[in-house]
Design a protein around this ligand. Structure first.
Ligand SMILES: [Zn+2]
Length: 93
């Protein structure tokens, strides 16, 4: 793919360049908790990925905050590995 053969989902303009293509970010807002922004990207290596960023309130302090961070990271890891497994199984069909 030439650098400016944009995929159909590319937001174009300032969002893509330097050999990468980026979609408009998708925002998931959870009222009173936080939000996550997800952006689909086609990298210079030809692989697609999703970039995640966001913020959420911690409901406690000290050890309670650390447990919340730990559970959140483990949840992300579970979702990412499950989705990768499901996508791999679907691609193998
Ligand atoms: Zn583009």
């Amino acid at each position: 793919m030439r650098p400016y053969d944009h995929p159909e989902w590319c937001a174009r303009g300032h969002r893509c360049g330097l050999g990468e293509h980026r979609a408009h970010p998708v925002v998931m807002q959870v009222d009173g908790v936080g939000k996550v922004l997800l952006t689909r990207v086609l990298g210079t290596n030809g692989r697609e990925r999703m970039e995640l960023t966001g913020s959420a309130y911690l409901t406690g302090k000290g050890p309670a905050a650390r447990r919340q961070v730990d559970r959140t990271l483990r949840g992300f890891a579970d979702v990412l590995s499950t989705e990768a497994t499901l996508a791999g199984a679907a691609a193998a069909r």
